[in-house]
Design a protein around this ligand. Structure first.
Ligand SMILES: [Zn+2]
Ligand SMILES: [Zn+2]
Length: 110
């Protein structure tokens, strides 16, 4: 059984092998061929994969960018070949800010 999208209204229509190759949408009554719907399905999938062509270095999930992006699968920040848990990202940012402040205090104020 496969799910096809009605080209007219976008309604999801179920199709299995026992039904004819021409389907009728239950909502808008438009008839469309299963083969056309399948072709659309494949095209949509290919377009989607092209957009998400990078992979998370941690979980191998697809991501849209390689830098400064949040992986939707494992929830980590991805920086090129590395990935950081958001918590560690903020902790390291905080430590860096703290060290810079201390350095500033020691060098400039004292
Ligand atoms: Zn329809
Ligand atoms: Zn991931």
């Amino acid at each position: 059984m496969i799910t096809l999208k009605c080209p007219e209204c976008g309604e999801k229509v179920l199709w299995d092998d026992f039904q004819p190759a021409i389907l009728q949408c239950p909502i808008c009554k438009k008839q469309f061929s299963v083969h056309q719907g399948l072709k659309d399905n494949i095209r949509r999938r290919e377009e989607g994969e092209q957009k998400l062509s990078y992979r998370c270095p941690f979980c191998r999930g697809f991501i849209s960018k390689r830098w400064f992006t949040l992986c939707p699968k494992c929830g980590k920040y991805v920086f090129g070949k590395h990935c950081i848990h958001p918590r560690w990202f903020w902790i390291s940012a905080f430590i860096t800010a703290y060290l810079l402040f201390t350095l500033y205090y020691v060098v400039v104020i004292k």
